[in-house]
Design a protein around this ligand. Structure first.
Ligand SMILES: Nc1ncnc2c1ncn2[C@@H]1O[C@H](COP(=O)(O)OP(=O)(O)OP(=O)(O)O)[C@@H](O)[C@H]1O
Ligand SMILES: [Mg+2]
Length: 233
């Protein structure tokens, strides 16, 4: 077993319209490592996260997550790998509006026997693990049974983070999850997210253009320093 949570080699990605957006020769994130990925708007940060999470199929090159290929030719294997190993938090949190906060958090367990097994190994019922995570992320218990549609942005963000963490996937990817928050709640949220990721020994890949947040992470990566797209050879 290698020690990497994410391993990228020879990656190139083009979108119709803008053309080549990413050309990354080698990039690796170690298991348990926390990485802050910065880069200007439009530089390809979300594109890279989509490829790592297996939402966007790889066109050229190779991406491995926890030693398994995000194989463009095998969409079902990609879905399985994502469901088992990747917790995702997006800028728009993509909660299911008519489910409660706690139900949203438990959702990934419906798609992954591996994540269900991890929860049961902890000795907690799924409901209690959802309660624990929501509490650890700072959501008051009287909110847990409220529908997602009725929550504030900051509350939704905590639910989305708990949903990413449940069942201890080996990789958490977060795409600008703090942009709608004021500075105080942003700092608190980041600390709680990092603490829970560390508790699970999960790697954390956090994308933002707010470079002031970078000091909270073990490694800072400027996308432009690893991306050769648009740079003359
Ligand atoms: N699905 C898509 N189809 C076509 N072009 C796309 C698609 N997604 C992104 N792009 C283009 O790829 C480029 C990079 O976009 P991307 O969203 O990855 O940037 P970003 O670094 O995340 O920017 P931001 O900081 O604003 O979120 C942009 O030119 C964008 O228009
Ligand atoms: Mg983006």
């Amino acid at each position: 077993m290698k020690n990497s949570a994410v391993s990228i080699s020879g990656l190139r990605h083009s979108w119709p319209g803008p053309g080549e957006i990413l050309a990354i020769d080698e990039f690796e994130i170690m298991r348990g490592e926390s990485v802050f990925l910065a880069g200007p708007s439009g530089s390809g940060k979300s594109t890279l996260l989509g490829l790592i999470a297996g939402v966007t199929p790889v066109q050229t090159g190779k991406i491995e997550v926890l030693d398994q290929a995000m194989d463009p030719a095998k969409p079902q294997a990609r879905d399985r790998l994502r469901a088992d190993q990747v917790g995702m938090v997006f800028q728009l949190f993509n909660l299911v509006p008519y489910l409660t906060a706690a139900e949203n958090v438990r959702l990934p367990l419906a798609f992954s026997a591996q994540r269900r097994a991890d929860v049961s190994a902890s000795g907690l019922a799924p409901k209690d693990e959802a309660t624990r995570l929501l509490g650890a992320l700072g959501l008051a218990s009287n909110i847990h049974d409220q529908r997602a549609a009725e929550l504030s942005v900051g509350q939704q963000q905590r639910v989305a983070a708990a949903r990413a963490l449940i069942g201890a996937p080996g990789l958490i990817v977060a795409d600008e999850p703090t942009s709608a928050l004021d500075e105080d709640s942003r700092d608190t949220f980041l600390d709680l997210l990092s603490n829970e990721a560390r508790r699970n020994e999960a790697a954390l890949l956090f994308v933002s253009h707010e470079q002031s947040l970078a000091s909270r992470f073990e490694r800072f990566v400027d996308l432009q320093s690893i991306n050769r797209a648009g740079v003359p050879a």
